[in-house]
Design a protein around this ligand. Structure first.
Ligand SMILES: Cc1cc2nc3c(=O)[nH]c(=O)nc-3n(C[C@H](O)[C@H](O)[C@H](O)COP(=O)(O)OP(=O)(O)OC[C@H]3O[C@@H](n4cnc5c(N)ncnc54)[C@H](O)[C@@H]3O)c2cc1C
Length: 503
């Protein structure tokens, strides 16, 4: 009787979960190892008193990626978790006191005109351009491996070559936005999308303008029960289709034979001795540098040396505040912009420090999931962009920025914030690194500040170590929940191609 190939997945973030589901759906035997007690990695959950918080991601885009993952496993996403289209998606406050309701298209065009005086033709031209980038790049850059010859000679690739000027690779996001909009506020608004993969709009290629279309053209979503409800849904799907999940089990190393082919993994279940388990292939959901340094123990390979030279994405300083009051002016997602955006990004990306005047993001899941806070209260997730960990004194920094952030919010909202904080906890880049193994606590792996980093992220298949595949925010196609989930699907396809199908 033939026997299905056995695959180990290291890490239960969205990338690992997606790879596990995709491989199991293809008939492989899959064991998923997660070093902590809970799955989800950065997309975890935390309870403080009577408040519940999502630990990391908050805004969901491209929900169809998740629908596809469920349907590949023969299930319906709607039977597991509810996505809630947001309108407005985000509320914006500008430093001069003006406000904008970030509603989905076509309403955003009216809002831009009404609140910021942006001529309709400017917005219409911009969104048609951003939609073109999305249509041309998605089938080539996001849904396939860029390290396969077949991708470059595929039909969608030839379509993209023939209209390459539309992909806007050579300008920066900022210079492109300045060519569409006369309003500095509109430029600031759309520059913000560079932060969706931890990049700097003054350096990152204009191709990233596609994100504005993805969010406002295709929609921004909340999840009923918070993003962690999606983590739980993926976990249930894994269990339903027969993925074996081993929590509290750290993978200490990957074992190779003499020709550097994957042999298996060395695991350490919590409180127990290590044991060696053979596998036909391994999928790593770890940050690529953590994988090379700590698990493969090959820090001198050319790959990690090259990746270390690429700029890591930003990290974040997060305040989880249980508020004993509610704030009707706020929605699920709220942005309080700094006055000088260029200076803010310069300080984060070049000076590697928190900006003097930070843009503040407030996410409140209890607006759509009231059970996340006690009656009359709200659960605030408050984030400022931060450089990755470089040995800073985060306790001191957090103390200083707590005051600053409260001052910004109180001035913008004209109400008390500090007095309403009933419970709180802080997450800094060092704790993100320690909790999830992400390199220097970066949120999205490598940033897209250079063209090499944006378009040539590490492959989902490690050729040097046959049988090793990679997923997650630091590899192709990039960070953020939908892309990381796509990485799991791409890796599964590659694994089947190179390791042979199930038998
Ligand atoms: C504060 C914050 C805000 C964010 N906001 C957004 C947002 O709004 N929208 C969005 O789309 N994205 C957002 N992101 C990014 C998003 O969370 C990530 O891109 C995505 O969740 C990363 O998934 P991943 O598969 O790379 O793995 P991770 O989430 O990094 O998970 C890796 C897993 O591997 C486990 N692990 C590590 N080492 C080992 C080992 N040796 N053995 C076994 N297990 C191991 C870890 O415990 C962890 O569970 C945010 C992230 C953060 C932190």
């Amino acid at each position: 009787m033939s026997k299905a190939k056995r695959i180990a997945i290291i890490g239960g973030g969205f990338g690992g979960l997606s790879a596990a589901i995709s491989l199991r759906s293809r008939g492989f035997e899959v064991d998923l190892y997660e070093m902590t007690a809970t799955l989800g990695g950065k997309a975890g959950t935390r309870n403080l008193g009577n408040y519940r918080f999502d630990t990391g991601p908050s805004l969901l885009t491209l929900p169809q990626v998740f629908d596809r993952l469920f349907s590949k496993a023969g299930k319906r996403r709607e039977d597991y978790v509810e996505f809630m289209p947001l309108d407005p998606i985000t509320n914006y406050w500008f430093s001069d006191g003006s406000r904008l309701a970030g509603r989905p298209l076509p309403f955003l065009i009216d809002e831009l005109e009404k609140s910021l005086g942006v001529p309709r033709q400017e917005s219409e031209r911009f969104f048609s351009y951003a939609e073109d980038i999305h249509t041309l790049t998605t089938p080539v850059f996001l849904e396939r491996s860029l390290h396969e010859f077949s991708t470059w000679v595929s039909k969608p690739a030839f379509k993209a070559y023939s209209q390459i000027h539309k992909v806007d690779i050579f300008r920066t996001m900022y210079s492109s936005l300045s060519s569409f909009f006369s309003s500095t506020k509109a430029i600031q608004l759309f520059s913000r999308f560079a932060t969706y993969n931890g990049s700097d709009p003054y350096q990152a290629p204009a191709t990233l303008n596609t994100i504005a279309y993805v969010e406002y053209g295709l929609g921004g979503f909340g999840v009923k029960g918070g993003i962690f409800a999606l983590t739980k849904a993926l976990e249930k799907l894994c269990t339903d289709i027969g993925v074996i999940i081993r929590r509290n089990t750290k993978v200490e190393s990957i074992e190779l034979d003499k020709s550097d082919r994957i042999q298996g993994v060395l695991i350490r279940p919590l409180g127990q001795d290590t044991s060696s388990i053979p596998y036909d292939a391994v999928v790593s959901d770890l940050d690529i540098l953590t994988l090379y340094e700590h698990i493969l123990k090959k820090p001198k390979d050319s790959a990690p040396i090259r990746f270390k030279k690429l700029p890591p994405s930003t990290s974040g300083l997060v305040f989880y505040w249980g508020m004993n009051k509610s704030y009707p002016d706020l929605g699920v997602n709220n942005i309080f912009f700094s006055q000088d955006y260029q200076k803010e990004f310069f300080q984060i990306h070049h000076e590697q420090r928190l900006p003097d005047d930070p843009t503040v993001y407030v996410n409140i899941t209890s607006k759509i999931s009231p059970e996340d806070a006690p009656p009359g209260g709200e659960n605030w997730f408050v984030l400022v962009n931060a450089p990755p960990d470089g040995g800073q004194n985060w306790q001191e920094i957090a103390k200083y920025y707590r005051k600053k952030v409260i001052k910004i919010l109180e001035a913008s909202l004209g109400v008390d914030v500090e007095k309403a904080i009933e419970v709180e906890e802080i997450l800094d880049p060092k704790s993100i690194m320690e909790n999830t193994g992400s390199w220097r606590g970066s949120l999205y792996g490598i940033s897209s500040n250079t063209k090499a980093a944006a378009f040539l992220r590490p492959s989902n298949r490690v050729k040097k170590y046959p049988g090793l595949y990679t997923v997650g925010g630091s590899v192709h196609p990039g960070g953020g929940m939908p892309l990381v989930t796509l990485s799991g699907m791409i890796a599964a396809e590659l694994l089947e191609k190179y390791e042979g199908s199930v038998e």
